[in-house]
Design a protein around this ligand. Sequence first.
Ligand code: CA
Length: 228
Amino acid sequence: MLRILVVEDDDDIRAGLTRALTQQGVTVAAVARGGDALGRLGDFAPDAVILDLGLPDLDGADVLAMIRSLGDVPVLVATARDDEREIVRLLDAGADDYLIKPYSAAQVLARVRAVLRRGRTDAHEHVGTVDVAELSIDPQGREAHLAGTPLVLTRKEFDLLLYLVQRPGQVVSKRDLLADVWNLPWGGGDRTVDVHVSWLRRKLGESAAEPRFLHSVRGVGVKLVDPS
Ligand code: CA
């Protein structure tokens, strides 16, 4: 059964949507505050989140960033029509789709199903093993080997390595990495990318001073090259 987390502070909209979705056979958890949404992500484990952008306690973009830092659950942002610029910003920041108020439960369900279908297609796309010199990455099995030895990588380290390996020799900006690997907006002084690149370097047995695969390009970003 489909599980949807509704984050909406308007009591009438929240109750109405909960009732209508439940009638459609959806299991619904509904909260009024952004702070409560994060707690429910873990214990309710929704298939999708409907996130109202106008919440009393937290900015919608902040809630989205927090949800994204916790996982890949599809997020549909909901807003009033005059917030279209905000919608574009949130789609850039990792929202999967948007809903303009007033919306019907049928519309919500159609959008959620479309987003879930899209996600499945992405996941099932055939992507073969990628080799760069003695480095071998298997996107399907989420395994990486260096000269035949398995690399123990965190989820984000693997995602980062895969992203770079799929763009050999191409300088990738930190902004793009944050957007595409972390689903996070550019935060200026954000050290997330630098920190993960340095962890990845260590696991690849190299350093910034003596790079092999990972080369930083000052002021631009990072690229993965074939060292041989
Ligand atoms: Ca609201």
